[in-house]
Design a protein around this ligand. Structure first.
Ligand SMILES: [Fe+2]
Length: 159
């Protein structure tokens, strides 16, 4: 039996997605700053300020992901290369996983802070954020690949 309702395949609007990434300099600047701090030893007395900065980053990242999902991704009624559609589905779904990861990190950091485990927190939080940063960067790299693939697909030099 044929598929009765086909609403389209997920793909990206390459130009919009690229622009959302380019205009969000505040987010990338904050990320670079956090990366710099978290790759070095953290003094227990710096934890509160670092957690607050991470909270700001979490909120900006949530906004960034929702902009990407609202304007960068869309259901294309026209045929999309399956490879591209699969990657788009995968990367869009990663937003939620990444965001929840960061929320967990912050939850745990706040708990340690209120339990006054400052020394343990100072040791734990840096490597934890570096690990998150690595996953986020991987996501961004693959999304940039997706943008390039979508451009290629548009001009017909893809598969
Ligand atoms: Fe993304």
């Amino acid at each position: 039996m044929a598929v009765a309702t086909l609403t389209g395949t997920l793909t990206v609007n390459a130009a919009f997605l690229q622009e959302i990434k380019e205009v969000n300099q505040e987010l990338w600047q904050l990320l670079a700053d956090l990366r710099h701090r978290c790759q070095r030893p953290i003094a227990p007395g710096q934890c509160r300020q670092l957690i607050d900065k991470l909270c700001t980053f979490r909120d900006q990242l949530a906004l960034h992901f929702s902009l990407e999902e609202a304007y960068g991704y869309f259901q294309d009624p026209v045929d999309v290369a399956p490879r591209l559609a699969d990657l788009a589905e995968h990367l869009r779904a990663e937003h939620k996983a990444l965001y929840l990861d960061l929320c967990d990190l912050l939850d745990r950091a706040e708990r340690m802070f209120y339990e006054e485990q400052y020394a343990a927190l100072a040791l734990w939080i840096g490597p934890e954020f570096v690990d998150f940063d690595r996953k986020l960067r991987h996501h961004e790299e693959r999304e940039n690949d997706l943008i390039m693939a979508a451009y290629d697909d548009d001009i017909g030099v893809g598969d």
